[in-house]
Design a protein around this ligand. Structure first.
Ligand SMILES: NC(=O)C1=CN([C@@H]2O[C@H](COP(=O)(O)OP(=O)(O)OC[C@H]3O[C@@H](n4cnc5c(N)ncnc54)[C@H](OP(=O)(O)O)[C@@H]3O)[C@@H](O)[C@H]2O)C=CC1
Ligand SMILES: CC[C@](O)(C(C)=O)C(=O)O
Ligand SMILES: [Mg+2]
Ligand SMILES: [Mg+2]
Length: 343
């Protein structure tokens, strides 16, 4: 089994006398900054003036322009959207990085695909939480945490791994487990997971199920509860006890249906297409396409996003969730207004 580091295995002194700049205050940024601060570390948030700046100040954070925050810090965690990192890095981060400082990321995309080339006199590591930023914060507040991967790309001080471990502990990941990886493995597995399973695969599965039922004449509300709402309840069981515990809780009829019909829906052809998705990630084809899409201001991204938000499952879901006050209002609602803002 891979070595997994937990809270008590990790020494945090190596980070205690250092200033940490968290650049960006979005999904990951607000969680890292607040968790690290509450873990007793000295944190400054690096931003441009605007929505996130105001939010970070309201949350009681010390906030500076990116260049100023970087110049004042020993560890610089880059938590900007991946597509904005190269420009901000060139203009504001690289010229202000102190020799011997550490440059850190929560995803290896830009370093692995050489969109960001760090100077040779700094440590470079990643601490990549395996969960959405809002859950990095929420689980921390609940006394738990989200697991993280750490990886070291450059180690000029000889302390890069220990700093990465202390950082991971500071955001709460020591409570869930910290695993060592490389930038390549983190980048490729993270992109694959979000495309084939967690986001792309799942949203396509949910929509296909909803459309199959509604096109057969069933009520959209019934289809929504069946294919979207109940998914969380089923996944919670998998999170707690794997497929086995989920299958223990469901009826034997459902379990038999799982065994005989699941492989009819997700079959060897699906797996072959998953392998194609993985191959496009490994060869850099996906990254090239995403970088180009951003260079031309995202026409395809925006068109698909508009269309997806108008899907019947979204409309019926909004109406039904209004009637379930116990369902948490998504903080990401703000994302609709701010685009990539202070979520
Ligand atoms: N989202 C997630 O849960 C996960 C993300 N990651 C990784 O973490 C990193 C951050 O992602 P995520 O948290 O989603 O990012 P967000 O899209 O939430 O980041 C938005 C933040 O970046 C700021 N920002 C954007 N452009 C600039 C700029 N030019 N100058 C200064 N600040 C800017 C925004 O400020 P403003 O309000 O001024 O626009 C805002 O504070 C990425 O590498 C991602 O892959 C890793 C694991 C999970
Ligand atoms: C699953 C999507 C993710 O990789 C994440 C929350 O871990 C991301 O890039 O947001
Ligand atoms: Mg990701
Ligand atoms: Mg991820």
């Amino acid at each position: 089994m891979a070595k997994v580091f937990y809270h008590n295995d990790i020494q945090e002194e190596v980070l205690q006398n250092k200033k940490v700049a968290v650049v960006g205050y979005g999904s990951q940024g607000h969680a890292h900054a607040q968790n690290l601060k509450e873990s007793g570390f000295d944190v400054v948030v690096g931003l441009r003036k605007g929505k996130s700046w105001n939010k970070a100040e309201e949350d009681g954070m010390e906030v500076k322009e990116v260049a100023e925050a970087v110049a004042a810090s020993d560890v610089v965690m880059v938590l900007l959207p991946d597509e904005h990192q190269p420009a901000v890095f060139e203009e504001h981060i690289k010229p202000n990085l102190k020799a011997g400082a550490a440059l850190a990321f929560a995803h290896g995309f830009n370093v692995h695909f050489k969109q960001v080339v760090p100077p040779s006199d700094v440590d470079v590591f990643l601490v990549a939480p395996k969960g959405p930023g809002h859950l990095v914060r929420r689980t921390f507040e609940d006394g738990a945490g989200v697991p993280s991967l750490i990886g070291v790309e450059q180690d000029v001080t000889g302390e890069a791994k220990n700093i990465a471990l202390a950082y991971a502990k500071g955001i709460g990941s020591g409570r869930a487990g910290v695993l060592e990886t490389s930038f390549q493995e983190e980048t490729e597995t993270d992109l694959f997971g979000e495309q084939a399973v967690l986001c792309g695969g799942l949203s396509s599965l949910v929509k296909a199920g909803f459309e199959t039922l509604t096109e057969a004449g069933y009520q959209p509300e019934v289809a929504y509860f069946e294919c979207m709402h109940e998914l969380k309840l089923i996944v919670d069981l998998m999170y707690e006890g794997g497929l086995e515990y989920m299958r223990y809780s469901i009826s034997d009829t459902a379990q038999w249906g799982d065994f005989v019909s699941g492989p009819r829906v997700i079959d060897e052809d699906t797996k072959a297409r998953m392998k194609d998705v993985l191959s496009d990630i490994q060869t850099g084809k996906f990254a090239k396409g995403w970088i180009l899409e951003n260079k031309v201001n995202r026409p395809e991204f925006n068109a698909i996003n508009d269309m997806e938000n108008k899907h019947q499952i979204e409309k019926v879901g909004r109406e039904l969730r209004e009637l379930m006050p116990f369902v948490k209002k998504p903080q990401s609602k703000e994302k609709d207004v701010v685009t990539h803002g202070s979520r």
